[in-house]
Write a protein that binds this ligand. Structure first.
Ligand code: SF4
Length: 452
């Protein structure tokens, strides 16, 4: 289904879509307040953008440096061309350790590779330990937001899920009570897992270490109790030096949730005695995106989710309407790069208001890239109703007399035509909106009368 069709489904529950819109706006508002409390905010964004430009221009060298230093730290490093290779590498590590149950902290990359269903098909129990991710996992759903995976669910929904899965009291919606129940449930899973999987927020080329950011400490709990840590990392997550973290960590938490800092920023450099760390470095279309001059900037993304929280389309249509692992404005740039046919409606899921670009902590020109994708997509579509009407409009706008006459005709027609014609199936714009009342005078007439 295309984005508009799925968005229509979401909008059927108007109370829910209103609540979703307001909840995300609240997060956006927090981001605004906290970013304004830092006088150097814009310099930080500029610096982050330049560091990422440098990374993308020299990605091959930074990756080689990272590999060399990680190996020197006794980390096993694996390269995966695509999701298939990535998943098989992870599985082979689990098989070497005869591991049948793993705990996993939040990782969009493993969602991208559909790692959970792959491991489950191969007899491995996967437990997502981020609370929001565990909730959607109980429902067999993917996350609907990259930072707030269960943002589409209300307390009442979660209470019902926990009653069914964790036998909590029926109807008890108290967040503290529900969180305690989840904690008891997850602790048992942590204690039983030999292998823990995490994502990676930043890989430092200079030292070969990597940093994982969580608010719940679940990545640390999993990793410290397990014998083996598998870190799944996209190749674009490299930063050159450790001191660059000072820029990105300040931007990330503030942009994501309006917090001054993420609760746990854990550095992993080398394994403890008798333990193992593996990093699986994944390409999966990233080098191809790097080769697309107009879209390569999208690889600067640090997955803060701010562009989603601010986007009027995302807020009103929900994460699932995008049908892709990374939804919202940045997902609408990345997903067509992976499968243009499947995701061709996504670049149109935007008002092009530019709010996404304004909040992006690494200054990605998101709305401009969405516009570029639209041009790429429509270029190959040939003649259709929209292109014909645009050609007609172009002809009318180019000739003042034609513009004047057609304007007068349309204003007159709109007054007398019945709704069955004005709002017929051809007027898709009018499906959700009323046409404005026609003005009594044109701007030119008004100007002539009032300019003195
Ligand atoms: S594109 Fe920018 S705002 Fe959107 S998730 Fe990525 S870093 Fe955040």
């Amino acid at each position: 289904m295309s984005h508009p069709a799925k968005a229509s489904e979401f909008l059927e529950d108007s109370a829910k879509s209103k609540w979703h819109d307001e909840t995300l706006w609240f997060v956006r508002d927090k981001r605004d307040t906290i970013s304004k409390s830092i006088p150097e905010w814009e310099q930080l964004r500029e610096l982050a953008s330049q560091i990422k430009d440098n990374v993308l221009a020299n990605l091959d060298q930074y990756l080689i440096e990272f590999e060399k230093n990680a190996k020197a730290n006794n980390i096993h490093l694996h390269w995966a061309k695509d999701a298939y290779e990535h998943n098989n590498i992870v599985l082979s590590i689990l098989q070497q350790h005869q591991c049948k149950a793993i705990v996993k902290s939040k990782s969009i990359l493993t969602e991208e590779c559909h790692l959970n269903p792959f491991l489950e098909e191969n007899g491995v129990e996967v437990v997502d330990t981020d609370l929001g991710e565990r909730i959607v996992q109980f429902l067999n759903q993917p996350p609907s937001h990259i930072v707030l995976p269960a943002i589409h669910l209300k307390k009442r929904d979660i209470s019902e899920i926990f009653h069914e899965k964790l036998q909590t009291e029926k109807g008890n919606e108290d967040p503290t009570y529900l969180t305690h129940a989840a904690r008891v449930h997850l602790r048992e899973k942590f204690l039983g897992a030999k292998v823990a999987i995490t994502g990676v927020n930043f890989g430092v080329a200079e030292t070969g270490e990597f940093v994982v950011c969580t608010n719940e400490g679940n990545a640390d709990m999993g990793v410290h109790l397990a014998d083996v840590h598998i870190a799944c990392m996209g190749i674009e997550k490299i930063i050159p030096r450790r001191k660059d973290l000072g820029v990105f960590l300040r931007l990330l938490a503030r942009s994501a949730t309006g917090q001054p800092i993420t609760n746990y920023n854990s550095h992993f450099r080398s394994p403890s005695p008798d333990k193992e760390i593996h990093i699986v470095l994944l390409d999966n279309g990233r080098t191809e995106q790097l080769g697309r001059e107009k879209f390569k900037n999208s690889l600067k993304c640090i997955r803060c989710g701010a562009c989603m929280n601010t986007c009027p389309i995302y807020r009103r249509s929900g994460g699932y309407s995008y049908g892709s692992v990374v939804p919202g404005p940045i997902g609408s740039i990345l997903s067509p790069g992976l499968d243009l046919k499947k995701h061709s409606s996504l670049p149109f899921a935007s008002t092009l208001c530019g709010s996404c670009s304004d909040v992006c902590p690494v200054k990605i020109n998101i709305h401009e890239q969405l516009y570029e994708w639209r041009q790429e997509i429509t270029k190959d579509q040939g003649t259709n109703a929209k292109s014909i009407s645009m050609k007609i409009a172009n002809g009318i706008f180019a000739v003042p007399f034609a513009y004047k006459v057609s304007g007068a005709m349309m204003r007159g027609a709109l007054k007398i035509l019945p709704d069955s014609i004005t709002y017929s199936g051809l007027n898709t714009w009018g499906k959700q909106r009323d046409l404005p009342e026609t003005p009594k005078a044109t701007f030119k007439e008004w100007y002539k009368k009032n300019r003195s």
